[in-house]
Ligand binder design. Structure first.
Ligand code: SF4
Length: 534
């Protein structure tokens, strides 16, 4: 009979049905290929764990490198001998299986202390966040992610419970993770890089009991042979909350559905009403008062009927265009125009001096320059794959970007966050970079503010949805490196020396082509809007 692992238990807590599909319909579950980015996350996770093992508290540790029954026997033996440090000790019962990252013998307590090593940083930010475009550049302290902290506590409690079943109790329960406040200077010092959090109080006896009953519930649910009936829990959530298994449990939901309505994630009551009324398709959404914003009070800016516009555009299959607003946006863009895009690598372990864990390393940019309306589009680029690119990249950028004109990006928060970080890393370029931030215009605003709505945007302002409509001659699908995560993985492979000889040059060309695509696509979209308002 299958054993419940802590990974599946944590997944189960997020979504029971998804794990049921993983257990009983693996071919369906695995139908969605793991992205290169997910693969690289696993590699980064291993790198973090290997580095943590070199900390002084773990000196001379014994690594059990198998998960088989033999590993459990070896664990028993090592524990009976009070082996000072054990990595990957394995505990199993007929229902559960847990591997612990590190156990350290505590002679004073006559028991082992448990250490769980996590790749996410101690401030609740993680690699996925850091490649997104939602970062706070205000310099405010980051908040602790309570949901994630609780998840880690369940993770520890799972291990404690399984070990207890095997007759082993732990003294302290710790989390170890890269400390975002650590700044690399010279060789990495693992003792300083990792922050220790004592979770012993949180993983109390009561918490362990609660976890145990949830583990038992999970085991019963997952052992059920029949697929749980009905739609899954995310049926009442917006598209961004859905996992790849959504379509398996919700056969009645079309690919483009009311789950894609603009900002529907924050209109849960309305989404529930639609679904309970069996309204699934966008063109079936009634144009009633629920999607017409209330009249603005005095002094308030009137709200846009965002959902209504999306529905009308889809029903009529005609774009909704606010020519005046687009013209106003474009009129303030003074030449030369610089279409700029960065590629970055968020390294869990800082690769260079001055960086903290997960800080994005800007290793590449593409720049298309339009000096006047009728000028020929120029192209510049920079790709640095050896050593810290910051100084050389800023120097190159300074050569390419003049003192006047607008810099255009798509979702400028990301590029500007990088500019401010670069200003910190390269003080001699700080004034220039701050000026770049001031002069950057976000082309996405035209779509985001609904000055141009196309039914094929499907309620999104992501460039992935906008490009096929407004710059159709480009196709990312035909590129070998065709998205940001593939570029991250390409950088990692070259930096780690996993590619050699001609393969490096080939990959470089693919990276350059991809980044250039991004800025050319931006130019095409700008041109589309400019021609529209001529
Ligand atoms: S979409 Fe369905 S299967 Fe996926 S996480 Fe949500 S509830 Fe679970």
């Amino acid at each position: 009979m299958k054993q419940l692992t802590k990974t599946d238990f944590i997944l189960y807590k997020e979504c029971d049905k998804n794990v049921w599909i993983k257990w009983h319909k693996p071919e369906e579950y695995n139908k969605f290929e793991i992205s290169e980015f997910e693969q690289s996350l696993a590699i980064v996770g291993n790198e973090v764990e290997e580095l943590a093992r070199t900390m002084s508290i773990f000196r001379g540790g014994y690594l059990i490198d198998k998960r088989s029954h033999g590993a459990q026997e070896l664990t028993k033996k090592l524990i009976a001998e009070h082996t000072p440090v054990i990595f990957q000790a394995v505990f199993g019962t007929d229902k559960y299986l847990a591997a612990t990252d590190a156990l350290v013998w505590n002679a004073a307590a006559n028991a082992y202390d448990l250490y769980e090593i996590k790749m996410s940083s101690a401030l609740g930010d993680d690699v996925a966040d850091s490649i997104g475009d939602t970062e706070d550049v205000s310099g405010k302290p980051e908040k602790v992610d309570k949901k994630k902290e609780l998840q880690y506590e369940y993770d520890l409690a799972f291990q404690v419970n399984v070990a207890k079943h095997c007759g082993v109790t732990f003294n302290k329960k710790y989390l170890l993770r890269p400390d975002k406040n650590y700044i690399r200077v010279g060789k990495i010092d693992p003792d300083k890089l990792f922050a220790l959090t004592d979770k012993t109080e949180k993983v109390s006896d009561d918490f362990q009991s609660i976890t145990l009953s949830e583990m038992e519930g999970a085991y019963v649910y997952l052992s059920e042979e029949k697929m749980p009936v009905g739609n899954c829990k995310c049926y009442y959530k917006g598209r961004s909350a859905h996992c790849t298994s959504f379509s398996i449990s919700n056969l009645d939901v079309p690919k483009y559905s009311v789950h894609d309505l603009n900002r529907i994630g924050s209109s849960k009551k309305y989404l529930k009403e639609l679904l309970d009324d069996k309204i699934l398709k966008i063109d079936e959404v009634p144009e009633d008062e629920r999607i017409i914003p209330k009249e603005a009070k005095e002094g308030e800016k009137p709200k846009k009927p965002r959902k209504l516009n999306q529905v009308i555009a889809y029903k009529t299959k005609k774009p909704i265009i606010d020519l005046e607003a687009i013209k106003k946006e474009l009129d303030h863009l003074s030449f030369p125009l610089y279409f700029l895009d960065y590629e970055t690598y968020p390294s869990a372990i800082p690769l260079f001096d001055g960086y903290h864990p997960y800080q994005n390393i800007v290793f590449q940019y593409s720049l298309n320059i339009l000096r006047s309306k009728d000028a020929k589009l120029e192209h510049e680029e920079c790709l640095i794959l050896d050593g810290d690119p910051a100084e050389r990249l800023v120097e190159s950028l300074r050569k390419h970007i003049g003192d006047t004109g607008k810099i255009i990006s798509w979702s400028k928060k990301f590029e500007n966050s990088r500019n401010l970080e670069l200003a910190h890393l390269v003080p001699s370029g700080a004034n220039f970079l701050k000026d770049v931030v001031r002069r950057t215009y976000d082309l996405m605003d035209i779509v985001e503010n609904q000055y141009y709505i196309h039914h094929d945007f499907k309620g999104s302002s992501s460039i992935k949805k906008v490009q096929p409509v407004l710059a159709p001659k480009y196709s990312y699908k035909e590129l070998a490196v065709g998205n940001g995560t593939a570029a991250i993985e390409a950088y990692r492979q070259i930096f780690k020396g996993e590619l050699i000889g001609a393969a490096v040059e080939e990959k470089k060309q693919q990276m350059l082509k991809y980044c250039q695509y991004d800025t050319e696509v931006m130019y095409e979209i700008w041109k589309f809007f400019t021609d529209l308002v001529k």
